[in-house]
Design a protein around this ligand. Structure first.
Ligand code: PDD
Length: 289
């Protein structure tokens, strides 16, 4: 079974895909990307991911001529070339292109576009039931976390620091405010069953899963509040969970080696479980193109 990837207009065997050494993505992280879930022969919220990619490119002043339709076609064709994958992810990246190394942004470059697909990691119910552990960490990222740029060094270093210390992930805190995890958004549930998450400003990525879950929650008459909260409030919450296209919903049971205090009094089934099932129903309802 050959694994195909996409590079600048061609579908090639994965190991034949090479990018130029002076690609601005390689030298400056001068590019944007998306990770999209693929289920039932279709991309889950694929249009929203591509709209966010367009926004990221715009915010980075990266000129390009791609349309959402073209990009979607590339993604779906890549899955059909890798038809051994059923539940999977598509990674799609566009950089400014190749140029002699200059600290400014040259104009009229030919973008570099790459896409890869990979199988979705299957998580056992036991693993899910264990919940995540996390540590808190100063949010050392820049002030444009709303752009999904390939500059992920701060997140990678902090994620590794968490792993080295025996945690599953780290939750960023900026000036006392919980922003998001290294690769996911953070939600808490208070004792009145309100679902609370950081507002979509420049200090978080406005997650597509986050947005979808907010919609699903509201349809299920769950009150959603987009507001800031700190570590104390998070520790007292009945539930804390992370959301992303790869994790979907992952409850966090322990932070900084302490149990989430409100968990004992939390209602059963948890909101995380209710929302996860509702999300799965939503994914199940997506018909193929
Ligand atoms: N990351 N916040 C950050 C910093 C992220 O990197 C991600 C996703 C999210 C959740 O976004 P979404 O729900 O659209 O996946 C929030 C992806 C999965 C990644 O970089 O691999």
């Amino acid at each position: 079974m050959t694994r195909f990837s996409y590079l600048n207009g061609e579908f090639l065997p994965h190991e034949k895909c090479f990018v130029h050494i002076e690609d601005r993505g390689f030298q400056f992280a001068d590019g944007a990307y998306e990770v999209t879930l693929f289920e039932n022969d279709n991309l889950v919220d694929g249009d929203f991911h591509l709209q966010r990619l367009m926004r990221s490119l715009r915010e980075l002043n990266i000129e390009h001529n791609f349309t959402i339709e073209e990009l979607k076609k590339i993604q779906l064709e890549l899955f059909s070339k890798n038809n051994f994958l059923t539940s999977a992810y598509c990674y799609l990246q566009i950089t400014r292109g190749v140029a002699n190394r200059t600290p400014w942004c040259p104009k009229n470059l030919k973008n570099t576009i790459v896409a890869t697909v990979s199988a979705k990691k299957i998580i056992s119910p036991e693993e899910l039931d264990k919940g995540f552990t996390a540590m808190t960490h100063d949010d050392i990222r820049w002030h444009r976390c709303d752009i999904k740029t390939v500059n992920l060094l701060a997140s990678t270093l902090v994620n590794q620091k968490a792993k080295d210390a025996g945690f599953d992930d780290a939750i960023f805190v900026r000036e006392g405010i919980v922003t998001e995890a290294t690769y996911a958004n953070v939600f808490i549930v208070d004792d009145k069953k309100n679902l609370i998450t950081h507002p979509a400003d420049n200090h978080i990525l406005q997650g597509i899963t986050r947005n979808r879950l907010i919609k699903i929650a509201q349809e299920n008459k769950i009150n959603v509040i987009e507001r800031k909260f700190g570590i104390d409030e998070m520790m007292k919450a009945s539930e804390v969970f992370l959301t992303s296209s790869t994790l979907i919903i992952r409850p966090v049971f322990q932070i900084n080696r302490q149990e989430i205090l409100g968990r004992e009094k939390a209602s059963k089934p948890s909101l995380a479980k209710i929302l996860k099932e509702a999300y799965e129903d939503f994914v199940g309802s997506i018909s193929s193109n």
